[in-house]
Design a protein around this ligand. Structure first.
Ligand SMILES: CC(=O)N[C@H]1[C@@H](OP(=O)(O)OP(=O)(O)OC[C@H]2O[C@@H](n3ccc(=O)[nH]c3=O)[C@H](O)[C@@H]2O)O[C@H](CO)[C@@H](O)[C@@H]1O
Ligand SMILES: C=C(OP(=O)(O)O)C(=O)O
Length: 429
């Protein structure tokens, strides 16, 4: 199994290109199931999760073509995928393909909308809480589908097609909103989703669906209205930049000190996180090419943060912020409000000598002067990268094990960081 070896102590200086967003690319690829014409997606990141969705779509009978490099493409250019769901030959998404990743379950929505049936294994994904799908099932039932659970599979049927409905989510759910949005595009009549997730990835998917002929208004606000249409057609869409990758590297620079241009990043996608970085003592300068992050001289200040749905501070940056706070001056408090078990990184950060105390959903971090390198391992994607951030400043060697989690969501992480002066390498085998 591959590992990442880091020798801490170097500042980061240079440019880091930001890839397309994993959490937009996955539902965008899945949306290709809604049409028998080709959907072309540009700026798709090269990630294990993307490859996994390709396998899932391939099993349904889709043809996927990845375009090669074009003149002028830089080495980190995202890939262009041409996805054709002309023939859907299988409406089952089997356990072996779905169990490793949360988003794979979302195929249930376009399959139901277009084929009026689906059999999809209950999902897996990062071990950050129980992560039920009751609200996704509720949304599909509102649209007229009949769902049963048998042998670990959700079996969904809508013999006469889906019908528009009012869907009021009792809590904000990104997965629930994606599923309701995709399913409603081909339903008869109008659907109104209230208490919808406002995450930028929802807006990106809605934009693409509208290019495909859907009639969606209000994406990015808590109320989304979808007027169902008879069919969708092909389109071309560029995946928006990854705000979590952006925030992760911004925190890495705040941690090590230095001066890095995050090229292609869009500040409005992570304003809450950038505000926290400024409060912690980093300098954040949006510019034409993206965002420049610097921290020179002054140390890191302790901050108090609670995660929240967009536009709040994202739960997907909580572990990275905690790594940053381990060397802050004073005590900081981080409250996780989205997932009940998203503190798996705490015991691993402790291996660096970090002082973190957990009380329910709040972690208190007493900043210390210096972390010391250690062998560490993580159980989920963002927790893994928080250990990389800690390793970048820790004295001596850090070995991060089980990095397949990192490969799910960070494209060429070690290359991007070493190009900015970090001493980081992948050890294969
Ligand atoms: C692939 C992808 O985009 N993953 C993101 C997505 O996950 P995901 O879409 O799984 O997260 P949700 O927004 O759906 O979950 C939010 C909360 O709602 C709960 N819930 C959700 C569905 C349901 O049927 N019942 C229920 O109780 C969850 O357990 C959680 O406590 O949004 C999360 C919150 O921003 C991010 O951390 C993940 O990176
Ligand atoms: C939790 C994440 O992914 P998933 O929802 O696929 O587990 C994530 O992207 O941080």
């Amino acid at each position: 199994m591959d590992r990442i070896r880091i020798v801490g102590g170097n500042k980061l200086n240079g440019t880091i290109p930001i890839s397309g967003a994993k959490n937009a690319a996955l539902p965008l690829m899945i949306a290709a199931l809604l049409t028998d014409e080709t959907l072309i997606l540009d700026n798709v990141p090269r990630l294990a999760d993307v490859a996994q969705v390709q396998r899932i779509l391939g099993n349904h009978g889709l043809d996927i073509m990845s375009a090669g490099k074009r003149p002028g493409d830089h080495e980190y250019q995202g890939q262009t995928l041409h996805i054709s769901a002309k023939n859907i030959i299988d409406t089952t998404a089997p356990y072996e393909l779905v169990s490793t990743m949360r988003a794979s379950f979302w195929v249930i929505a376009p399959l139901l909308a277009r084929m009026h049936e689906a059999k999809v294994s209950l999902p897996g994904g990062c071990a950050i809480g129980t992560r039920p799908v009751d609200l996704l099932i509720m949304a599909l039932e509102k649209l007229g589908a009949e769902l049963t659970i048998d042998g670990g599979y959700v079996i969904a049927k809508a013999p006469g097609g889906l019908t528009g409905a009012e869907i009021d989510f009792p809590k904000v759910t990104v997965s629930g909103t994606h599923v309701a949005l995709m399913a409603a595009t081909l339903a008869k009549g109008t659907t109104v989703i209230t208490n919808a997730a406002c995450e930028p990835e929802i807006v990106d998917v809605a934009d693409c669906l509208n290019k495909m002929g859907a009639d969606i208004t209000g994406a990015g606000t808590p109320t989304i209205t979808i007027k169902g249409v008879a069919r969708l057609h092909g389109a071309r869409h560029t995946v928006l930049p990854d705000r979590i990758e952006t925030g992760t590297y911004a925190m890495a620079v705040a941690m090590t000190g230095g001066d890095v241009q995050l090229s292609g990043a869009r500040p409005e996608l992570l304003q809450a996180a950038l505000d926290v970085l400024v409060e912690a003592g980093a300098t954040v300068t949006p510019n034409n090419e993206g965002i420049r992050i610097t921290r020179n001289g002054a140390g890191i200040k302790a901050v108090d943060v609670a995660t929240a749905p967009f536009p709040g501070f994202p739960t997907d940056l909580q572990a990275q912020l905690m790594a940053l706070m381990t060397t802050a001056k004073g005590a900081s408090h981080i409250t996780e409000t989205i997932f009940e078990n998203r503190f798996m990184h705490v015991q691993e950060l402790a291996r660096f000598g970090a002082r973190i105390h957990l009380d329910g959903e709040t972690a208190t971090i007493d900043g210390i002067g210096k972390l010391r390198g250690a062998p560490v391992m993580a159980t989920d994607l963002r927790a893994s990268v928080s250990l990389v951030i800690a390793g970048l400043v820790a004295e001596g060697e850090t070995m991060v094990n089980r990095i397949y989690h990192l490969d799910r969501g960070f494209e060429r992480l070690e290359e991007k960081l070493s190009a900015c002066g970090a001493q980081i390498e992948r050890i294969s085998g």
